[in-house]
Ligand binder design. Structure first.
Ligand code: CP3
Length: 343
């Protein structure tokens, strides 16, 4: 592989330059994405391996990043176990049969990725072929907690009231659902690795609504089980809005902790260990604002990472829709130039 900087950083080696990639780098902020997608819903794109791989590779080429990410959505494996949902523009996933009882959980199927969602794996294979060994492809899945939250809430929710009510008062439903989702995610990520992805990222976007004690009691064992069963490639744990949980995330065994802008980067190494790699953490709003405000913060982040092994430059969360791609190209250039200037 020509550009190994991302994988070198994940393994805390000595990359040629600071690697950069962005969550949601393929998305509506890119004019070429909008062109490729046309009038289709995102799930139509995901189910068309040729188009999905074009979208993923196009984002890599448009930005000059050091890694690609498969084009899918965290909801995709749930379709494979019989969940009915739509991804509504400007809303997000909406589930038509939310989980309300133990029977609802038992009714879910068992995921066989090649049988139930072959289009994702075809998309992975096609993306890898199109990247032509130029750089690594990251596979991903939603983490069991975030998937459970979508399944129980049925859609976006501010306080995750139904999810927390299930955790606190229906432990039978919670445990059965987390068991089912943990098995699903393990099989889903393993299938992606078998198809050749170079790293995997687990998105636990909503887990920040829990305190550290509840996370340790009700969630972390499932996440840890996923990381211990998925091997052979670097494993990244993304968590948003969850500074108090960082030590707990570290204990789940991920190789890379991906944090948002609320956590000073150096704190992650200090609070967890020098032995972990860290991904992040420019505020996507700052990336949208651009200009000198952005450049100052990019420089601050690169400075905070100086002297630590294993930093992957990224945003603290996904690229926002109103971001000028030119801003992201500038971030890539700055990160690459910064490392070179230190040598
Ligand atoms: O380059 C990439 O990273 C694209 C692949 C990708 C998508 N979703 C495609 C997508 C990835 C990695 C995701 C992850 C995802 N999806 C997460 C975890 C990351 C995070 O943001 O916390 C979550 C929570 C979802 C669920 C979801 N899907 C939401 C909240 C939305 C936004 C709804 C909207 O319209 O703003 C989606 C839709 C979605 N998934 C889009 C994309 C490019 C935008 C809609 C579209 O293009 O039609």
């Amino acid at each position: 592989m020509k550009n190994t900087t991302f994988l070198d950083a994940c393994r805390r080696g000595e990359p040629e330059h600071s690697p950069v990639w962005f969550m949601r780098q393929a998305g509506r902020y890119l004019p070429s994405y909008k062109r490729l997608k046309g009038q289709r819903n995102i799930m139509d794109v995901v189910k068309d391996p040729e188009l999905a791989s074009d979208v993923a590779v196009d984002a890599v080429n448009a930005l000059g990043v050091d890694a690609g990410i498969i084009f899918a959505d965290i909801m995709v494996p749930l379709e494979g176990i019989g969940v009915k949902f739509k991804i509504e523009e400007n809303v997000g996933p909406v589930v038509s049969n939310p989980i309300r009882s133990l029977e609802d959980v038992t009714a879910l199927g068992t995921l066989d990725p090649e049988r139930d969602i072959p289009f994702v794996l075809d998309g992975v294979r096609s993306t890898i072929t199109k990247l032509d060994d130029a750089l690594p492809l990251i596979g991903f899945s939603g983490a069991p907690f975030t998937l459970a939250a979508y399944l129980i809430e049925g859609g976006p929710s501010r306080n995750l009231e139904k999810t927390k009510a299930t955790i606190y008062s229906r432990s039978d439903v919670w445990e059965a659902l987390m068991r089912k989702l943990t098995d699903t995610v393990k099989d889903y990520l393993t299938a992606q690795i078998d198809c050749g992805v170079s790293a995997v990222q687990l998105f636990d976007s909503w887990v920040g609504c829990l305190g550290a004690e509840d996370y340790a009691r009700f969630v972390s064992a499932y996440t840890a089980e996923i990381f211990s069963s998925v091997s052979g490639v670097p494993r990244i744990h993304f968590c948003a809005d969850s500074s108090p949980l960082v030590e707990e995330f570290h204990k789940t065994g991920a190789d890379v902790l991906s944090v948002d802008w609320r956590v000073p980067l150096g704190d992650v190494w200090r609070r967890c260990s020098e032995e972990t790699a860290v991904q992040g953490n420019l505020d996507p709003v700052v990336a949208m604002v651009g200009g000198s405000a952005m450049r100052t913060r990019v420089a601050d982040i690169l400075e905070a990472a100086r002297g630590h092994k294993g930093h992957i430059f990224s945003l603290g969360h996904g690229v926002l829709q109103n971001t000028d791609p030119e801003n992201l190209r500038q971030v890539v250039e700055m990160a690459h130039a910064h490392t070179r200037s230190r040598r």
